[in-house]
Design a protein around this ligand. Structure first.
Ligand code: FES
Ligand SMILES: [Fe+2]
Length: 356
């Protein structure tokens, strides 16, 4: 589980003003809420006094009061504001005490939380870390568009979640549907990949002609003007952009580590296609939800097999993206350890071939 990155915590429409919500990211318990003005915040869900979960406390839209001894904290930086048990002659510097607090942003229907590298073991909390960059955003190519999200929990580790997401060979077996493709439409494919910072790109290409949505897109644009580009970057981000003339569809999918053995997939999609056609958003959401549910179900079954710690393998070329993922991850950790710039595992463009 990689620290020093932004992670999606909760869908924004589930986090209401003056309320407290629990969430877990990278095995860190969090309490998430919005202040009186709607600005989101994220605190570690444990009081720095004696560890009482802060979500059991009282929140007035500004300060959070712990339910055990009433210490009060500023929700945006975790700073202690009041310790009710202190008498007027006791000079404890209350404002030097902090509850753990994390940078928090709302972006494209999600509350994102920045998880910094852990401090030295045993150290308490200070003022929150600063995120080096804003939270990731779904790319948009016009002023007007629609957005939708969906999510699913998977009982597998982040690594299995991610390599499942980028795996090209499971499509014909897991994602069968009459309106998409059947296992008989399997054929040889060739895709070009190139390195990008912290990840890799499946270069812009004309999508495979055997899938129904792309046949549909051709009603809107010339076949060879339709391109799709898929990027993966650390720690957990997959973006897909489909462009067909002035029309576009763009998605940002993340696989978020909840605990060592659980992850969650969140997909946010934005598009300007078919904005005026009724039911298309519903239809798109249905298609997406079906795909995600097929993946979820598969990983649920896979988790049964993984329980016995089987010997596993990655084969060329279909599992090469998975190999890059593991190599990127260790290159990233190595660069953090040494302070040297990261050595990208890919030295240049690569063409992969597989049947799917
Ligand atoms: S445990 Fe929170 S105030 Fe004591
Ligand atoms: Fe899938």
């Amino acid at each position: 589980m990689l620290t020093g990155f932004w992670y999606r915590a909760l869908p924004a429409d589930r986090v209401h003003r003056n309320q407290l919500h629990k969430a877990t990211l990278l095995e860190i318990p969090l309490v998430i809420g919005r202040d009186r003005l709607g600005k989101p915040f994220a605190l570690r869900d444990a009081c720095p006094h004696r560890g009482m979960p802060l979500h059991c406390g009282r929140f007035d839209g500004e300060n959070l009061e712990c339910g055990y001894h009433g210490w009060q904290f500023d929700v945006h930086n975790g700073q202690c504001e009041l310790i009710p048990s202190l008498t007027s002659d006791q000079k404890l510097k209350v404002d030097r005490i902090y509850a753990g607090s994390y940078p928090c942003e709302e972006q494209d229907h999600f509350i994102w939380v920045y998880i910094p590298d852990p401090g030295p073991p045993g150290a308490g909390f200070g003022p929150p870390a600063e995120a080096p960059e804003p939270s990731p955003e779904v790319e948009k190519f016009s002023g007007k568009y629609k957005v939708a999200y969906l999510q699913a929990e998977m009982p597998v580790s982040i690594d299995h979640g991610i390599i499942g997401l980028m795996d090209p060979a499971h499509g014909p077996f897991v994602h069968q549907a009459w309106w998409w493709r059947t296992r008989h439409s399997i054929h040889e494919k060739q895709k070009h990949f190139e390195p990008i910072p912290n990840g890799f790109r499946m270069s812009a290409h004309t999508p495979s002609s055997n899938s129904a949505p792309y046949k549909f897109l051709r009603l809107y644009a010339e076949a060879d003007s339709i391109t799709t580009t898929i990027d993966f970057r650390l720690p957990n981000i997959r973006t897909e952009t489909i462009r067909a003339g002035k029309y576009w569809f763009s998605s940002l999918t993340t696989v978020t580590p909840i605990t060592r053995s659980h992850c969650r997939i969140d997909v946010v999609a934005a598009w300007n296609l078919f904005r005026w056609v009724p039911f298309v958003p519903e239809l798109l959401k249905y298609v997406f939800a079906k795909f995600v549910e097929q993946d979820r179900r598969t990983m649920e079954l896979q988790a049964e097999g993984l329980r016995y710690n089987p010997h596993l393998m990655l084969i060329d070329d279909a599992d090469r993206p998975a190999k890059w993922y593991f190599q990127l991850k260790s290159a990233h950790l190595e660069s953090k350890r040494t302070g040297q710039p990261m050595t990208h595992p890919m030295t240049g463009a690569v063409t992969l071939k597989w049947r799917s």
